[in-house]
Design a binder for this molecule. Structure first.
Ligand SMILES: Cc1ncc(COP(=O)(O)O)c(C=O)c1O
Length: 410
């Protein structure tokens, strides 16, 4: 039975069971709203996990992609792809970085960054380069990126892990300085500016500036995974821009193509020439359909001033959540930036997913006890108010009826 509608739902005997899915299937969407196959309507507070930048069926994106589908979906990286240069030039302009490698997903963008960090070390004569990574980080589910990830549950069952990572706590400058003093083979620092899967944990501006300074001092690359927090979500193109710093490498994906798979790693001058012909590649990476999605996503974001929208509507949503939930027993903290918000509770709250869906709201719960909102960047102030009006009573009711339990050790 569907948790949301009480109707029977189809099973998926032939789909590998790698996900715990809610028993509902989405059929179509418009703006920040989606409908399931039973006709039930939901407000989208998830945005396909920070992917649907422009919401659903955007009236400017759809015709552009339809035109591209009719022209050329895929060619090959054997040939020039003019749309790659168009998107790369735009991304370099927005970030101040120098060049771009295109792939299709976040983990691939991170793999490229990790290869760059290792080759950067080898080119300097470091035979066994090491990369600084973070507790509670999430970088993907390939063997290398899950090894960089700071979550034992993601790693369990997949050892031996890739070696060459040194792990530190977030926002602890002394720990990073200690690594500099004790690990001569380090070649890069690799971190999310806002840890998404780890529970919406923000690197402070001071920490980011210190990391930049330490990287400069020791000749390390600063590599910022903005797969989830980048592409306008925080109200600037890239979350690190709030700290006034610039990375040497920046993986992107998720929101870059508004739902069409696009990944990219952007590099500054120090990292831009590390990979040479034959060092890296991707069959799908940078194909014309993906590149058109990236170009049009950015064009529409600029035309419709979606950075400002993410900042202002995000601030309104956060203020409403703080007003409604701030003093409620069991609400530990409300945090985030722009339209990347987390409400931490004092107990596991995964069941809120189904309860929210039943009430007509799509959300996520991450790090066991953090309700996370990642809506499309087109969210209006009115829709933000509706989102808070749906979510806050659910959280209060949940806290009133579900006992607090100790944090699991995993
Ligand atoms: C910060 C970060 N990096 C990398 C990834 C992996 O991206 P993908 O699932 O596209 O491989 C994610 C996915 O959630 C992410 O949040």
């Amino acid at each position: 039975m569907s948790a949301a509608t009480g109707q029977p739902v189809a099973t998926e005997p032939h789909v590998m069971k790698t996900y715990s899915r809610l028993p509902l299937a989405l059929s179509h969407g418009k703006g920040c709203w989606v409908w399931d196959t039973d006709g039930k309507k939901y407000l989208d507070g998830l945005g396909g996990i920070a992917v649907n930048t422009l919401g659903h069926a955007h009236p400017k994106l759809v015709p552009a992609l339809q035109e591209q589908l009719g022209k050329l979906i895929h060619s090959s990286n054997y040939y020039l792809v003019p749309l790659q240069e168009q998107l790369a030039a735009k991304l370099c302009g927005l970030s101040g970085l120098a060049n771009v490698f295109f792939c299709s997903t976040g983990l691939e963008a991170n793999e490229a960054a990790l290869k760059i960090a290792r080759k950067f070390g080898h080119d300097k004569g470091v035979a066994r380069p090491e990369i600084v990574v973070y507790e509670n980080a999430f970088h993907g589910r390939s063997i290398a990126t899950l090894s960089a990830t700071g979550n034992a549950k993601v790693q369990a069952g997949f050892g031996p892990l890739v070696e060459g990572f040194v792990r530190v706590p977030l926002n602890d400058v002394a720990a990073l300085e200690d690594v500099a003093a004790t690990h001569p083979n380090v070649t890069a620092v690799f971190m999310e500016v806002i840890q998404g899967e780890g529970g919406v944990n923000l690197a402070t501006a001071n920490y980011l500036r210190a990391a930049r300074r330490i990287c400069d001092k020791h000749g390390w690359l600063l590599m910022l995974d903005e797969v989830q927090c980048g592409m306008g979500r925080t109200g600037k193109w890239f979350a690190h821009q709030w700290a006034g710093i610039r990375p040497d490498a920046m993986p992107l994906a998720k929101g870059l193509g508004s739902g069409v798979p696009v990944g990219a790693v952007l590099c500054g001058p120090t990292a831009a020439g590390v990979l040479q012909p034959g060092n890296h590649g991707s069959t799908f990476g940078g194909n014309p359909l993906a590149m058109r999605a990236g170009v049009e996503t950015i064009r529409i974001m600029e035309e419709d001033e979606l950075l400002a929208n993410a900042a202002t509507v995000g601030a309104v949503l956060r203020a409403t959540l703080e007003h409604e939930l701030g003093g409620v027993a069991g609400v530990t903290e409300i945090r985030g930036q722009g339209l990347m918000l987390g409400i931490e509770l004092d107990r596991p709250c995964g069941e809120l997913l189904g309860r929210a869906a039943a009430a007509g709201l799509l959300i996520s719960v991450t790090a066991e006890r953090v309700v996370r909102l990642l809506p499309p960047l087109i969210l209006s102030a009115d829709e933000a108010a509706q989102m808070a009006a749906m979510l806050c009573p659910l959280i209060k009711q949940f806290l009133a009826t579900s006992p607090a339990t100790p944090r699991s050790s995993a």
